[in-house]
Design a protein around this ligand. Structure first.
Ligand code: GRF
Length: 221
């Protein structure tokens, strides 16, 4: 049974008033690109309001600039963690961000930041959580002899890839699979699933069921 209250109280978004997401990155940004691609449609429920990297010069920043989205850098080095997180928070708010998306962001956010964005920070992880948290998840899956892995979109809590699960997609592990090939197949699923979950969030279709968040209508536009 569908509960009545959406997770993010603002939703569903009205036409012409899309959900403004801020995307935190550290590298290539292929998941960012998937979001930029869907948000190019002016009728889409998502808008990428800003992209922020903790590393200068990364490809994700080029992708943002090519899409005419503000591309920001906040270097984490040489600053206390809370000072860095305050700067990230201020930059996101200055751009009217409503929901924060981690797309290959290689810093762990602490409760200092997360308490200001309760249930408004989402991550994509290249495994079926709670299996294989942390770095090199496809490599971990191969090392364990798993036959199925996948990707998970989840809310972020102060742990590493431990937050409440919103949606998952399974990816089979093939005989003699190589890490690069498996990673590419998982990422193809991420590029489909992450925009779909965010669109569901914008529609008000991420809801609490028995205290757990769940995304509905992932095949909808
Ligand atoms: C993705 O595989 C994601 O699951 C993980 O980091 C990777 C980022 O890749 N959190 P990209 O920068 O989006 O290409």
């Amino acid at each position: 049974m569908r509960p009545s209250a959406p997770l993010v109280p603002r939703a569903p978004c009205a036409p012409g008033d899309p959900l403004r997401v801020g995307v935190l990155v550290s590298g290539s940004g292929s998941n960012l690109q998937a979001l930029l691609d869907v948000a190019r449609d002016p009728a889409h429920a998502l808008r990428v309001a800003a992209v922020l990297s903790n590393v200068a010069g990364v490809k994700a920043l080029e992708r943002a600039a090519a899409a005419a989205v503000p591309a920001l850098v906040e270097d984490h080095r040489g600053r206390p963690r809370e000072v860095f997180e305050d700067a990230v928070d201020a930059a996101l708010r200055a751009h009217g961000v409503e929901v924060v998306v981690l797309a290959g962001f290689m810093r762990v956010l602490t409760a200092h930041f997360l308490e200001r964005w309760t249930e408004r920070v989402l991550n994509v992880h290249p495994a079926l959580c709670p299996s294989f948290p942390g770095m090199h998840a496809p490599r971990q899956a191969l090392a364990h002899g798993a036959r199925v892995t996948g990707c998970t979109v989840h809310l972020v809590d102060p742990g590493v890839d431990t937050g409440p699960i919103l949606a998952q997609a399974a990816v089979p592990i093939l005989d003699d699979d190589a890490e690069a090939a498996l990673t590419a197949r998982i990422q193809a699923e991420e590029h489909r699933l992450f925009p779909a979950v965010l669109a569901a969030l914008a529609r008000g279709d991420v809801r609490l069921v028995d205290g757990r968040p769940r995304a509905y209508g992932l095949d909808a536009r």
